[in-house]
Design a protein around this ligand. Sequence first.
Ligand code: PMP
Length: 412
Amino acid sequence: KYPYDIASIRADFPILNQDHHDGVPLVYLDNAASSQKPRQVLDVLDQYYRQYNANVHRGIHKLSEEATAAYEDARKKVRRFINANSRREVIYTRGTTESINLVAQTWGRTHLKAGDVVLSTQMEHHANIVPWQMLAAERNIIVKYVPILPDGTLDMEAYGHMLHDEPVKLVAVAHVSNVLGTVNPIEEMARLAHENGALILVDAAQSVPHMPVDVQALDVDFLAFSSHKMAGPTGIGILYGKRALLEDMPPWMGGGDMISTVTFEGSTWNGLPYKFEAGTPSIAEAIGLGAAVDYLMALGMEHIHAHEQAITEYALERLAEVPGVTVFGPDAGQKGAVAAFAVEGAHAHDVAQLLDAEGVAVRAGHHCAMPLHSVLNVAATSRASFYLYNTFDEVDVLVNALYVVKNTLVRG
Ligand code: PMP
């Protein structure tokens, strides 16, 4: 049944093999917020600090050369992982949020003028709304949102109209919604954006960790994701951008490493990718991300995806059996490994707290998607989200725990 050996995979993740509370095993279902890390990643972080900790791109000594080689090697791994054309198109950032802000502050400031439209969607994470709103306040650009249909998919007809009828310069869209799980048709959206003279930026925070993503096949202009959601460390993420666009963009932060020459009168910029990497970067974290990419590629993204799809389908089936539980978003087969749900008569936070007592870690709230929750007309949802190490048994634990929650919270 399993496309890979789940027992040995789980053995790689030390945190999964500890009790959550005394005698209650941990069932970690908050993977959309952050994933756990395998020992292969933990060991690499430890080795870096113990054996070759030094600054990169600077020292003419062995440790610095080793650190630089490992740091740049990780970039090459990421390039292969997303099939970017060149390592120069792979910019290290702190994560998805910083990647999107970088594009807004550099490309946005130089290419958008008053009246231009950035087309976002109703299902975006705040990270793909707020940077555009900040730019709108500064530049008088307009941010519009493609609506969603009642089944939680994007209204592609409205998308076509909005692209055609408005002066859209950039489409800023999530590949996979972190609440609904909706998988947006990025290849088609990119083609339509380009036909209408717009660029497309994809928030891939919830896709790159879970499915094969090929930036050239999708033909996207910018793509952002975070290491910590894909078995890697926090504090590091990626901005992919097409080379010509990145070459044309001014730098964002100024400082060491991003310059070519500096005089008292002015400075010139380093080439890609360093132009966007001012200061000492997250070295250990980048190397750790490289180890996470190795781990994911060894399992195979198509196998990870198939496993998560099976788990999600089973979870949706089992959740549908629980009276009073409503799951938001499209049906199984059309969504990522996310199930955001409401329990009739119970607040999402109370649900999450009681699930926690049963050992089940889920998230509750608006999941950084307040506008989407207003469209769904719910204040908050509870969210179970799965990753490559979750099992069918854990779905059963979640569902059994939900019956306990209902008995405690919902009377009559
Ligand atoms: N976009 C989406 C769809 C996300 O799920 C998240 C993480 N919750 C982000 C952006 C932001 O990622 P980060 O906090 O790692 O920058």
